[in-house]
Design a protein around this ligand. Sequence first.
Ligand SMILES: Nc1ncnc2c1ncn2[C@@H]1O[C@H](COP(=O)(O)OP(=O)(O)OP(=O)(O)O)[C@@H](O)[C@H]1O
Length: 382
Amino acid sequence: MSSHPDTLAGQEAWYAYEGPEQDVVLSSRVRLARNLANFPFPPCEKEDDAQRVQSLVFDSFSRMEHPDRFQAVGVNELELRSQQLLVERGLLPECAADKRDLNAPDADILRSYAHPLGIVVRTDGYVSCLVNGQDHVHICSFASGLDLTSPRQRCREIDAALQRTLQFAASYDFGFLTTSLRDTGSGMKLSAHMLLSGLSLAQQLRSVVDDLKSKNYGVSCSFAGNMNQGSSLGAYYKISSEQAFNGCEEDQLAEFAAAIRSVAESERKFRSEFAENKPTVLRNIVYRMFAAVKYSRFISCSEAIDMISALHTGCSAGLIEGITYSELNALLYRVRNAHVDFLNRNGGFSYERDVVQDPNLIIARLRALIMQEALESAQICA
Ligand SMILES: Nc1ncnc2c1ncn2[C@@H]1O[C@H](COP(=O)(O)OP(=O)(O)OP(=O)(O)O)[C@@H](O)[C@H]1O
């Protein structure tokens, strides 16, 4: 099973690599919002303005050093399944339907936008730029674990390179001007995906969420779930900054990193208390999921996310060995519908007679095989 869609230009995707604090923090994201001066912002722009903005941004990328490192495309030129692959990678915005039901068929992301989106992706997949989304330009970059410095550096390089040929809307008093007031200033939004299974099991999530909200950080479900009921699929949460005008970029970055570290410390504390006070309950959760992965013939996307979460918790409690956090994090991408579909179409697999006639069964069957292959060297530590 070699041709994973996450191998770009011969290089593994960013999420295949180890990162700091990965026992709790899966990944970090930095994005910069910018708008071109002298053009109405996306909610108010006309079709030909949007076309012109896209041409100017694509042209600016084509004039950068090594322009062949960038692939620029109008999203409406991509097949629905390619769009969905980019959504699953976090490069295109999700529409509400994706959040509600991960097992549902693909939704058309373009319908939520007044004008066609454009996207530029660097061929190594580390940095991308969305055109005509909420703002004219959203530059974004990811890194494994808690690492905001390297994605911010990559975003800044692209920002500086774009500013050689484009003029962005800015004011001395407010900084960069953006569609949403909360992005005005640095235009920077920071986020971290975290596994908060310890806090969830100990039912301590509410106070952590309230504390983050009081510091102007947003908390939402990474995959699906209901924040009001305090339940997120697999206990995966996204924490993000909600305002870009307080202090300089360095301060925003340092404060956000400190908040994430503090949540990570609480999470570790509650994970180890749970392991000490309820060792049998924890073993039951982890071992059942391990067995389910090993022996299931069909796995749905939401089941897979729950299973990966339990395996991750099991690894950090020393109950499972032979698989790394980064392998588990990469699995969270590999089990999504469009990723499995890509592999199915490119892998030349053959399936059992009773599976082959049903496309939904094929995807669930292949997902089970992907999970089993990832766990090949993993074992339970009794
Ligand atoms: N720290 C992270 N690690 C991995 N993926 C992330 C992270 N933060 C956000 N994402 C993914 O990136 C995509 C966009 O994130 P999000 O929903 O926060 O942005 P948005 O509000 O749509 O746009 P923007 O942040 O550009 O204004 C989503 O698919 C989300 O799951």
